[in-house]
Design a protein around this ligand. Structure first.
Ligand SMILES: *Cc1c(COP(=O)(O)O)cnc(C)c1O
Length: 391
């Protein structure tokens, strides 16, 4: 189906931050499969975990005990301070679980039509409920009737949510990204999550964080909310969790930790031995190779590099960097920069029309970081010197 506008390149091999196409040309990958391949391509620990587990057992179903799933749940709970885990196969599914938790929670409080507050600029997935929760109208248009039970407010604005409270006693939860991903790497005020936390406490709402893109070390801590020192009741993960093997998770805590009783939710594939073995290996590798401090080191390198080359340039609206989530916002749409970068053997992404987004792997070398900075800066300067395209 023609639902993707793909670039004209086919990759056949990868190693670390490098990819090779079917012509043998080598590319530097600063997209990482959209924040998925944190450990780069064909990492030896991941490859051997997949091969070894495939020799033992791939799938049985959730009709039975799965010890690797148990082990992964315990590890994630320990890293996050959450209490329980449900496993699925994608980010959208993780958010579907969160939405169902919010509704069950609402009904348990006697709310007939439980409603979730979501934000503009948010991206939560492509299923009907998660596209309804998504801020971008282009993602929603044409799929009406949308799912009821959502209210939208501007991002990074706590007052807008507080103002809804009185008129909307049906609100039961707030669902936000700690930093928007597809929305353009928008980093909210440092106290945004803390203020949301106390607002949720005051009204008995669930704070539900979508860390599908920001989680698993992407911002230099395991989860982005750990920078704020606060805690959600529901946390969703996917992308980096499996380094390319599909797996998603919805973690819960406190009054909703055990709200899914037997039969209330499920997934055939979710949390199978292969996916869980790989996710455990991802976590162990990030730990044993000290990759969280490395992400922060690389953050500094990108901050310094781009502030030397691009900061203050006319046409560069903002440079936003947290860990290895990098957004460079221009004053004009710049989707074509992705194919221009491809011609220079670099993979970059453009999101929210005007934001160059880089999500390189944590195993990036200093030299690779410097090449990304050099090529992107060159492309941006060249692009901005052209007459501005019609908006
Ligand atoms: C990618 C993403 C999703 C959707 O994940 P899929 O695996 O594509 O369903 C949801 N939320 C955020 C923040 C994302 O970045």
């Amino acid at each position: 189906m023609p639902n993707y506008a793909r670039l004209p390149v086919t990759f056949v091999k990868g190693e670390g931050a490098w990819l090779w196409d079917d012509q043998g040309i080598r590319y530097l990958d600063a997209v990482g499969g959209i924040a998925v391949c944190c450990l780069g391509h064909t990492h030896h620990a991941i490859t051997s975990a997949i091969c070894d587990q495939a020799k033992h057992l791939i799938h049985t179903s959730n009709l039975y005990q799965i010890s690797l799933q148990q082990e992964l749940a315990e590890k994630l709970v320990q890293l996050s301070g959450m209490e329980t885990a449900f496993f699925c196969n994608s980010g959208a599914e993780a958010n579907e679980a969160a939405i169902k938790i919010a509704r069950l929670y609402g009904h348990s409080r006697g709310v007939a039509e439980p409603t979730i507050v979501v934000t503009e600029g948010a991206f939560h997935g492509r299923t009907l409920a998660t596209l309804t929760a998504t801020g971008n109208p282009k993602i929603r248009d044409g799929f009406e009737p949308l799912v009821p039970g959502f209210l939208r407010v501007p991002y990074n604005n706590v007052t807008a949510i507080a103002d809804l409270a009185e008129q909307h006693p049906e609100i039961v939860a707030v669902l936000v990204e700690p930093i928007t991903g597809e929305g353009g790497v928008v980093i909210p005020n440092h106290d945004y999550l803390i203020k949301l936390r106390s607002l949720c406490d005051r009204h008995n709402w669930l704070l539900m964080l979508d860390e599908i893109q920001t989680g698993m070390g992407r911002t230099g801590k395991w989860f982005a909310y750990q920078h704020a020192g606060t805690h959600p009741e529901v946390l969703t993960l996917a992308k980096g969790l499996g380094n390319g093997l599909p797996i998603g998770a919805c973690l819960a805590r406190g009054k909703v930790a055990d709200i899914f009783k037997p039969g209330k939710h499920g997934s055939t594939f979710g949390g199978n031995p292969l996916a869980c073995r790989v996710a455990l290996t991802v976590i162990k590798t990030i730990e044993s190779d000290d990759l969280l401090p490395r992400v922060l080191e690389l953050e500094q390198r990108f901050v310094q590099g781009f502030s030397k080359t691009l900061a203050g340039l006319k046409g560069v609206v903002a440079i936003r960097i947290k860990g290895l989530m990098i957004g460079i916002e221009l004053d004009r749409s710049c989707g074509q920069l992705a194919s221009k970068a491809l011609q220079k053997q670099l993979l970059i992404n453009v999101t929210a029309e005007r934001v160059i987004r880089l999500l390189p792997p944590f195993i990036l070398s200093d030299a690779q970081a410097d090449s990304i900075i050099a090529i992107v800066s060159h492309l941006v300067k060249e692009y901005l010197s052209l007459p501005a395209p019609h908006q």
